[in-house]
Design a protein around this ligand. Structure first.
Ligand code: GDP
Ligand code: MG
Length: 439
């Protein structure tokens, strides 16, 4: 057990700035992770090149490995590329505002139309659903049923009517009956074809939508690039909805489509039910694409908790055999910031289970707070030179922090023991310090 633990810790030791070799090695794994997540190849190439330029020369935070540091940089770049979260629907138009749903057959356009209707209804918008899918049998009825479930308006079906005519009728009904939003659900094809594109473009010219949402199945994989490019070129896309995110897919299509169109991903479909629609959060998809969410949170925790400068200052003082109560106080603060040691161990890949078995790994935060309070009741002179602290001073300090003289004695004794150890360690020099796991 301890051997596996220590090998993990070995890997977790930082070593200065990221070299080109570190970055290249780590990016090889990242490239595989992105391809496994089905991010399109040209997008992967572009992305990896950008990360490489950013990563080389960057400082590695203590207590993480260069590989982990690169993963963190990749993660941040992914989030930046995926774009900001919570980009709302744009409904800025003379009512009714038109939303045009486009995409391949079976991508989830009709379902998403129903989901959006539910969502907009909650925002007190009056919504009309209209199906332009005159090709698939019962497609129009499918939307009508969803409109009933969502309790929103539905354009009456006239058999044999063509998409552009249906669009005109939907707009007219929307205007006459005071609808805020009209959602046009178009037909899809199994593959992109020019006839479909021409039809959707004709509908667009009549409907003048404020939003044209490209709906795509998260499983689309490498085809995402062609799909997004074609629809954006021929119809013009204002936002992307990724469906079936509740499935096995790792969501690489989100990155591909975003990179190709530059349009925001607005929603994620998380199931078949009408309430299974979520606002897009780039951090969640980024973690999923990389499949390395644990490493990212580990690095983040290490970055925020370990105050590098403070640690180095302390190391220098210890090297000289010095360790006063101020040093002890800053140690306590670090320990407090690190929080539950078990929690931190649990984030390290592969040792979560072992960490659960470490019963005494929990830091008693209350005890640490008490010890801090005692030191904070001391004068600066006392902290620098604990020998000054005799009986009357002890009484004053105890009163100052609401604890007993015994507590003060216990802390002073503990400090004495730590200072003795530090003195010995100091004689071994910096390298010895690291070996003792105190660096
Ligand atoms: P359209 O051809 O683009 O209109 O696709 P549909 O809306 O008819 O959806 C096709 C199938 O996918 C239906 O069985 C839906 O229930 C299902 N579906 C749509 N969105 C999601 C989703 O986010 N998650 C899951 N699991 N299924 C979905
Ligand atoms: Mg449909």
């Amino acid at each position: 057990l301890s051997q596996r633990l220590s090998s993990v810790f070995d890997k977790l030791t930082g070593r200065g700035a990221l070299s080109e070799a570190d970055v290249t090695e780590a990016l090889r794994e990242v490239r595989v992770a992105l391809l496994e997540a089905d991010v399109a190849l040209p997008v992967v190439k572009d992305f990896v090149a950008r990360v490489k330029a950013r990563a080389i020369g960057q400082e590695v935070v203590k207590s993480v490995s260069p590989g982990q540091m690169v993963v963190k940089i990749v993660h941040d770049e992914l989030i930046a590329t995926l774009g900001t979260e919570g980009v709302e629907l744009n409904l800025n138009a003379v009512p009714p505002a038109v939303i045009l749903m486009v995409g391949l057959q079976g991508s989830g356009k009709t379902t998403t139309s129903g989901k959006l209707a539910v969502r907009l209804k909650k925002e007190r918008k009056k919504v009309l659903l209209a199906s332009l899918d005159v090709y698939r049998p019962a497609a129009q009825q499918q939307l009508e049923i969803l409109a009933g479930q969502a309790d929103v308006g539905s354009l009456p079906i006239i058999m044999g009517e063509m998409p552009v005519a249906i669009t005109k009728r939907a707009l007219e009904m929307g205007r006459k009956e005071g609808y805020d939003v009209v959602i046009l659900d178009t037909a899809g094809r199994l593959h992109i074809d020019q006839e479909l594109m021409a039809e959707v473009a004709a509908v667009r010219d009549v409907a003048k939508p404020v939003e044209t949402l490209l709906v795509a199945d998260a499983m689309i994989g490498q085809d995402a690039v062609t799909l997004a490019h074609e629809f954006n070129e021929k119809v013009g896309v204002t936002g992307i909805v990724l469906t079936r995110v509740d499935g096995d897919s790792r969501g690489g299509a989100a990155l591909s489509m975003r990179a190709v169109t530059g349009r925001p991903i607005k929603f994620l479909g998380q199931g078949e039910k009408l309430d299974a629609l979520e606002v897009f959060h780039p951090d969640r998809i980024a973690g999923r694409i990389l499949g390395m969410g644990d490493v990212v949170s580990l690095v983040e925790k290490a970055m925020e908790t370990v105050d590098q400068e403070e640690a180095e200052k302390l190391a220098k003082r210890i090297e000289k055999g010095k360790f006063d109560l101020n040093d002890m106080l800053s140690q306590f603060k670090q320990v407090e910031k690190m929080g539950d040691l078990k929690g931190i161990l649990g984030m390290m890949p592969g040792i979560g289970k072992m960490a659960a078995q470490l019963k005494d790994a929990k830091i008693d935060n209350k005890a640490v707070a008490r010890q801090k309070a005692i030191i904070q009741s001391m004068t600066p002179a006392e902290r620098r030179n604990p020998d000054l602290i005799k009986a009357s001073r002890k009484k004053r300090i105890a009163a100052g922090c609401g604890l007993s003289v015994q507590d003060v004695n216990k802390l002073l004794k503990q400090h004495q023991q730590m200072a003795d150890v530090m003195k010995k360690v100091g004689k071994l020099g910096q390298k010895g310090l690291m070996r003792h796991g105190l660096g």
